[in-house]
Design a binder for this molecule. Structure first.
Ligand SMILES: [Mg+2]
Length: 231
């Protein structure tokens, strides 16, 4: 699979979509509504550092000594075929008991959640085997570290078509066919993804996302002011 994709949804397109929906909703309710930016936050390897405990399990099972900096492609080509099989076998829901958040992620999500006009939703994919148990484990993990996201979770293999204005993610395939503003979380396995908005550390990610939300709200209000909204 090629992971060189170009993110093509820009701020203005996303704002127009959002304001268009507001316009319709406002007409129905006879009121002027505030624009809201829907921000999807991926879980695995975006806010949840799963690589270290997952590799630790593999190393224990296979008597190997892999480090996270060796995981440099999405297809796990640094592992042998047998190791790849074991790798997926040891990925069970109880792994999340050992998973920690990336540094700065807790503060970033908390500050974003408190910002007026920002609606956060955690959008994550579960393995098809034990999907319900993974869903439960992830919700418990979110409750522990990200209570702002724990009650707003979508489990989905696809991340387009969900009404997101922004998606923050690390997986290369979610940067194809985007209908949201994509924000890439830089990890060693997504170096070839072509995406304008990107960050590696959550302290800079927080600044980027707060600024994006400001731009979104400002642009949405400008568009609202340009059209006679309600009769
Ligand atoms: Mg991910």
């Amino acid at each position: 699979m090629s992971d060189s994709h170009v993110a093509r949804v820009d701020l203005l397109s996303a704002v127009k979509k959002s304001v268009g929906m507001l316009f319709q909703t406002g007409k129905r309710h006879g009121e002027r509504l505030l624009p809201q930016i829907n921000v999807g936050i991926d879980l695995d390897s975006t806010i949840a550092r799963i690589d270290e405990p997952w590799l630790a399990r593999l190393n224990k099972a296979c008597q190997t000594n892999y480090r996270s900096n060796q995981w440099t492609d999405w297809d796990l080509s640094f592992l042998t075929e047998d190791e790849r099989r074991v790798f997926f076998e040891v990925f069970t829901p109880d792994l999340y008991e050992a998973v920690k958040p990336y540094p700065g992620a807790i503060e970033a999500i908390r500050d974003l959640a408190q910002k007026p006009g920002v609606k956060l939703v955690c959008v994550t994919t579960n393995p098809s085997k034990n999907a319900d148990a993974f869903a439960y484990a992830k919700k418990c993990w979110l409750q522990k570290y990200f209570p702002d996201l724990a009650h707003s979770v979508l489990f989905s293999k696809k991340k387009n078509g969900l009404g997101l204005d922004v998606l923050v993610d690390d997986a290369p395939h979610h940067f194809q066919d985007v209908d949201f503003i994509p924000v890439l979380v830089e990890r060693p396995w997504n170096k070839s993804v072509d995406c304008t908005l990107r960050f590696r550390e959550w302290n800079t990610g927080k600044i980027l996302l707060l600024s994006l939300a400001d731009q979104f709200t400002r642009t949405a209000k400008q568009i609202q002011n340009m059209v006679p909204l309600l009769s």
